[in-house]
Design a protein around this ligand. Structure first.
Ligand SMILES: [Zn+2]
Length: 81
C-alpha cells in the first residue's frame, strides 16, 4: 500500500472576466478581476507568489513545484514567504 504525502498547496483564483466574441480581439478574455495564484509549501512553510495576470498564472502553475523544490527549506525560500 502506498502512502500519500501532501507537500504543498497550490491556490488558483481564475479571476472574473468574459471572452470577447467578435472583432479584432475575439477569443481574448477581458478581466474585471485578474487571475491570481500562490503556492504554500507544507514542508518549509514558505509561500511562493502570489502572481497576478493570466500569463503569469499559467507560467506559475506550470513551474512553481519545480522552482520551489529546488530551493525548499533554503533561506531563499524562507525570504519569499
Ligand atoms: Zn518548501
Amino acid at each position: 500500500m502506498s502512502r500519500i504525502a501532501i507537500t504543498g498547496a497550490l491556490f488558483v483564483d481564475m479571476g472574473e472576466g468574459h471572452a470577447i466574441r467578435s472583432g479584432d480581439r475575439a477569443g481574448q478574455i477581458t478581466y474585471k478581476r485578474q487571475p491570481r495564484a500562490r503556492y504554500e509549501c507544507l514542508t518549509c512553510r514558505a509561500t511562493e507568489g502570489p502572481v497576478e495576470g493570466p500569463a503569469a498564472v499559467a507560467r506559475f502553475v506550470a513551474e512553481v513545484r519545480a522552482v520551489h523544490a529546488a530551493r525548499c527549506g533554503t533561506p531563499a525560500a524562507r525570504q519569499a514567504a
